[in-house]
Each structure stands twice: as structure tokens, then as C-alpha cells.
Ligand binder design. Structure first.
Ligand SMILES: [Zn+2]
Length: 246
């Protein structure tokens, strides 16, 4: 293939812009915020499950407490009713009176036991409620941290998009200076090797950094200026410049 030396040199500008585009794409994929958002999302999901578990436990205890309080009320009502019967003087037989008094005493004991059960449930419920509040607080913190990381990610992406847009604009201007067949070869090589063209600098290919042999340098010296050369090592287009050492 043949191309004017100036057109060949434009390939180096194109390769430089393509490497900028590659760096931007790499930066876009590896933004530290992406890993951070992922980490916070995992923490959020785990905490959300813990919140639901804690809320379920607190809800169960609230129902248990209501039931135990109902039991206390029932026993208290029975004791009050018996007390009224006793106070009314309607029960006169000593045997019945003794039996009534014994039942009242037994109900009072039962009420005391049930009130202790209520207190014990209340303590557990307080602990469960405070666990719910604690977990909800942590959940809010994680949500805020994730939101902040998302904002930073978005700001970085806006910056990258802006730079990528400018690079693409400059690239199409440069590509316009390069004949279609040479550009086609460059694109094909870029697809295969990541970089399509490299400068020959001081007898060394800047693509693979390999120094050319004397025989190879002699062959290049003898080649017409418009010959499109390739590096024997890396197959990239080898562009001659004043720095080539020829
Ligand atoms: Zn090379």
C-alpha cells in the first residue's frame, strides 16, 4: 500500500486520539464510585432484610403484650366482681365466705404473676423497638452514602462524556486527512491489536518497543517514502518521522 508521508504521520495523531478514547472508556468502566455503589447496595439490601426481621419481632411482641394485658384485665375484673359480692354482704355462710376470700387471694396472686409477664414482654419490646430504630438509622445512612456516590459517579460521567465528545470531534477531523484505504487498514489493525499505527523512533517501533535489526533498518531506508510499512514484530503500521533514526 502507498500513502503520502504526511497522511501516514496523521495516523500517529489518530492513534494518540484513539488512546485517549480508550483511556476514557477504561476510566468509565473502572470509576471507584461504581464499586462503592455496588458495595452500598449490598449493605442496603442486607440491612433492609434485617429491618423487616426486627419489625416483625417488634410487632409480635406488641401483640403478645396486648394479649397479656388482656389476661390481666380479665383476672382483675373477676377479683373485683368477687370483692363486690363479698362487700355486699349477700354471702353469709362461713364456708362460702372462706371460699370467696380464698378465690380473691388466688386471683390477686394470679394478677401479680400476669403483670410480671407483661413487664417482661415490655422490656423485650423496648429492646426490639430500639433495634428497629437503630437499623432504620443505619439504612438511612447507607442510602445517603449510596446517593452521594451516585452523584459523584454522575458528575464523573458528565466529565468523561464531555472529553469523549471532544476527542471524537478531533478524531473525525484527523480521519478526514487520511486516504480511505490507509484508514481502513489502520482500523482493521486497531481492532486486532488495540493500536493501529506506531512511530519508528530511534530505530525502535513505539508500538511493541522492539528495536529493528540493521537489515530491517536498511530495508526501510531503501523503501520509497510513500510505502506504507509494517512492523515485523507487532504488524502495526510503522510511521517514519524525522525522529526515526534513518
Ligand atoms: Zn512493533
Amino acid at each position: 500500500m502507498k500513502a503520502a508521508p504526511d497522511a501516514q504521520k496523521r495516523l500517529l495523531d489518530l492513534a494518540e486520539l484513539d488512546s485517549v478514547a480508550d483511556r476514557l472508556a477504561h476510566r468509565r468502566r473502572t470509576l471507584p464510585e461504581l464499586a462503592e455503589i455496588d458495595e452500598q447496595s449490598k449493605r442496603y439490601a442486607k440491612l433492609a432484610t434485617e429491618v423487616i426481621e426486627a419489625e416483625t419481632e417488634a410487632g409480635d411482641l406488641a401483640r403478645e403484650q396486648a394479649k397479656a394485658e388482656g389476661d390481666v384485665d380479665t383476672v382483675r375484673a373477676r377479683a373485683e366482681r368477687d370483692q363486690k359480692r363479698l362487700d355486699s354482704g349477700a354471702v353469709t355462710s362461713p364456708k362460702d365466705l372462706a371460699s370467696l376470700q380464698s378465690e380473691i387471694a388466688s386471683l390477686h396472686r394470679r394478677q401479680g404473676d400476669l403483670e410480671e409477664v407483661v413487664l417482661e414482654i415490655m422490656e423485650r419490646r423496648e429492646a426490639a423497638d430500639s433495634k428497629v430504630a437503630d437499623l432504620r438509622g443505619k439504612l438511612d445512612e447507607v442510602a445517603a452514602a449510596r446517593g452521594a456516590a451516585e452523584d459523584r459517579r454522575d458528575a464523573a460521567l458528565v466529565e468523561i462524556d464531555k472529553e469523549a465528545g471532544e476527542t471524537a470531534g478531533r478524531r473525525s477531523a484527523v480521519a478526514g486527512d487520511i486516504p480511505a484505504d490507509l484508514l481502513g487498514l489502520y482500523e482493521k489493525l486497531r481492532e486486532q491489536y488495540g493500536v493501529g499505527a506506531a512511530m519508528l523512533r530511534g530505530g525502535r517501533c513505539q508500538g511493541c518497543k522492539v528495536a529493528l535489526s540493521i537489515a530491517e533498518m536498511n530495508r526501510i531506508k531503501a523503501a520509497p517514502h510513500d510505502d506504507v510499512l509494517r512492523c515485523d514484530e507487532c504488524r502495526r503500521i510503522l510511521v517514519r518521522t524525522a525522529e526515526s533514526g534513518l
